[in-house]
Design a protein around this ligand. Structure first.
Ligand SMILES: NC(=O)c1ccc[n+]([C@@H]2O[C@H](COP(=O)([O-])OP(=O)(O)OC[C@H]3O[C@@H](n4cnc5c(N)ncnc54)[C@H](OP(=O)(O)O)[C@@H]3O)[C@@H](O)[C@H]2O)c1
Length: 272
């Protein structure tokens, strides 16, 4: 599906580099099939040296070269880039955007014609190939275009297809989610220190516990409450800990966090 495509990245930053590495190492894509454009020649030289891909300082040339274009610049730079490449994506290019908050409609309007747009919301664990990406398609993109976009993000984790009306919710949950989890990890590590563990050990135990629990859930297709019951014996230690969490309002707090972030994503989308 993507093995015969030329995939170009507009913007050669962290997200582009993570996906390029994932594609080269996981998807059987060759360096000749990948390209990136960026204003910084030095950055491009580093990327070319590390991966052997085609690099370019001219965004228009990159789009003309590619079958699939991934917009991977910061949202603030997106309008300029879209303006620059207007009318170049109307002849069969699949255009995938990771720019947070930009709707498929606004991208389609900026690109002109009947551009085939897929919008994606990845998250930072994509940098270690454990990302969760929510995707939706614009009005001219077809199922094959979505499959191409999924193949790109599956190289750095998992992808889920949603309706565009659900993308702000995914932003509030999985897009911003790593920030919540890092705060939880920081708090757990501090708590471990409070009860007598060295800081490094405490953080390591907390992080591995979080990763292992998520892995157990995903790999057994499990139900979180059942998995929780597995470690909770009557009158035991987990029950004492869980009781404190419920008294502290953990569920409500996490729910409020996801709702607040979703609301903020909706507001930011309206400002664009
Ligand atoms: N990182 C994540 O985990 C994550 C998660 C979800 C969504 N995203 C989205 O992914 C996009 C990229 O994020 P990132 O973290 O990879 O950002 P980044 O590291 O700043 O990468 C953006 C790259 O685009 C370059 N650029 C700026 N203006 C350009 C132009 N006119 N033409 C071509 N390239 C240009 C930047 O160069 P300069 O540095 O010289 O400006 C930089 O190298 C953002 O839209 C963000 O919303 C990222």
């Amino acid at each position: 599906m993507i093995r015969d495509k030329q995939i170009g990245f507009l913007g050669a930053g962290n997200m582009a580099e993570a996906i390029i590495r994932g594609l080269l190492e996981q998807s059987g894509v060759s360096p000749e099939q990948l390209g990136a454009s960026d204003p910084r020649q030095e950055r491009l030289n580093d990327l070319k040296r590390g991966s052997g891909i085609h690099v370019e300082t001219d965004n228009r040339k990159l789009v003309e070269w590619a079958d699939v274009v991934v917009l991977a610049v910061k949202p603030q730079a997106a309008a300029t880039v879209l303006e620059e490449i207007r009318n170049l994506t109307t002849s069969g290019v699949v255009f995938v955007s990771v720019a947070a908050g930009l709707t498929t409609r606004s991208i389609e309007e900026a690109l002109g014609g009947e551009s085939r747009v897929v919008r994606a919301m990845p998250n930072t664990p994509a940098l270690v190939r454990a990302g969760a990406t929510a995707l939706c398609r614009g009005q001219h993109a077809n199922a094959a275009d979505v499959a191409i976009a999924r193949a790109i993000f599956d190289a750095v984790g998992i992808s889920i297809v949603l309706d565009e009306s659900q993308i702000d919710a995914a932003t509030g949950l999985s897009g911003s989610g790593p920030a919540y989890v890092f705060l939880i990890l920081e708090a757990l590590a501090d708590a471990g220190v409070k009860v007598g563990l060295p800081r490094g050990t405490s953080l390591q135990l907390a992080a591995q516990t979080l990763m292992g629990s998520a892995k157990l859930l995903l790999e057994t297709d499990g139900d979180p409450s059942q998995l929780r019951n597995m470690v909770t014996s009557p009158g035991g230690t987990s029950l004492a800990g869980l009781q404190a969490l419920e008294e502290g309002g953990l569920r409500t707090t996490l729910s409020s966090a996801v709702e607040a972030a979703t609301q903020r994503a909706i507001e930011l989308g309206k400002e664009k």
